[in-house]
Design a protein around this ligand. Structure first.
Ligand code: HEM
Length: 342
């Protein structure tokens, strides 16, 4: 009798789900090529390097989608889903790795450490796959995630209203120049840096990281559609992005007395994100970070609508419209960060 995973392997062979992580091994070199070709004004070469850079999370997403379409709770499938969620989060992973190494005063070793860590992860995943028989189904626990989902949603709403909307709105003003951004930021700091707002806000972000990991884990092995996969993939990205971003803002910068303004975030006046060999990694990190946080919220909204019996086609349509608007918003932010001025 053919096992479910064996049936799947007819369409997408098992080893194909390793491809995104193997592609991720070269991530530092795609970024270096992006930086070098931009410096040499080789537009085509730069586009190729950017495409390779984005191919890492894109191929991981394709893999997650293929795995999510299957309803089997195969142990191998779950291991590959962990691997591909991690791969999808490559942009913030490479940033947090770079910041840690910088803080430890280990210079010029980012690519080597990156490859070493990925080889460990690949080896671990391979061993899990070897140790589990093909098609061995795992008894999926039936976690009571409903209360966690409600708390996660309520925390998102609080974060959005108190901070995220104004934070991302402020970044969109970057296209008008660093001075405009700074002027507005100084006013907004009265809100989110207020002594009674900032600590609970940061605590809420930590809560989102922990509850987010639990919610992603609870979805592995289950069958999901495209927006469902986008929800967990973006959630995994945000877990790493938020940890990396808070570490950069509070440890790398503020602790050492650096003002965390737009110039700091975009490496001005040194030349901008494309000009810095280190900073180029911030382009996919921030670009996808904003897009995915907005997409994640749109997917969360869809879940709430479905729970309130909104017909699925309508809930999906509203979700896609919100994602389209989020795409525009994040595009404005990233072009501003790359130096385009309106
Ligand atoms: C293009 C994308 C982003 C850029 C360039 C950026 C940049 C910054 C900067 C410059 C600060 C310091 C603000 C200040 O000193 O007043 C900051 C703080 C912060 N950012 Fe972002 N950010 C981005 C996206 C995000 C996203 C998507 C999130 C959440 C998912 C986020 C969460 C935070 C948090 C929690 C703080 C700390 C706020 C505080 O001072 O209490 N950021 N960010």
């Amino acid at each position: 009798m053919q096992t479910p995973m064996a049936a799947q392997s007819r369409t997408v062979p098992l080893f194909a789900h390793f491809f995104p992580a193997l592609l991720a091994l070269g991530y530092p070199w795609y970024l270096a090529s992006l930086h070098d070709s931009a410096a040499d004004h080789h537009a085509l070469q730069a586009l190729k390097a950017l495409a390779l850079t984005l191919a890492v999370p894109a191929s991981a997403f394709a893999s997650l989608y293929a795995l999510g379409r299957r309803s089997t709770s195969d142990a191998r499938k779950v291991a590959l889903q962990w691997l591909n969620h991690l791969t999808f989060a490559s942009p913030p992973l490479f940033v947090i790795l770079g910041v840690f190494l910088y803080l430890m005063k280990i210079n010029g070793a980012d690519a080597k450490v990156w490859v070493g860590l990925w080889l460990i992860v690949l080896c671990g995943t391979l061993l899990v796959l070897i140790s589990r028989a093909a098609g061995a189904s795992i008894a999926l626990p039936q976690p009571r995630t409903a209360p966690i989902r409600v708390m996660h949603g309520a925390a998102s709403l609080a974060i959005l209203l108190v901070f995220l909307l104004i934070h991302l709105g402020n970044h969109a003003l970057g296209v008008l120049g660093a001075d405009t951004h700074r002027e507005v930021m100084l006013k907004l700091r009265h809100i989110y840096r207020a002594g009674w707002i900032e600590p609970p806000l940061i605590a809420l972000f930590f809560f989102q990281i922990v509850s987010g990991i639990i919610l992603v884990a609870s979805k592995l092995g289950t069958k999901r559609d495209l927006l469902g996969v986008l929800q967990t993939a973006s959630g995994a990205y945000l877990v790493v992005f938020i940890a990396s971003h808070l570490n950069a803002v509070f440890v790398l910068a503020r602790y050492f007395g650096t003002d965390t303004d737009y110039a700091w975030a975009t490496d001005l006046p040194a030349g901008g994100l494309l000009a810095g060999a280190w900073d180029v990694r911030l382009i996919p990190h921030y670009g996808l970070g904003v897009w995915l946080v907005l997409a994640h919220i749109a997917c969360g909204l869809r879940t709430v609508m479905l729970a309130h019996h909104v017909p699925q086609p309508r809930a999906n349509a509203i979700c896609w419209i919100a994602i389209a608007l989020g795409t525009l918003w994040s595009a404005v932010i990233i072009v501003g960060m790359l130096g385009v001025r309106g």
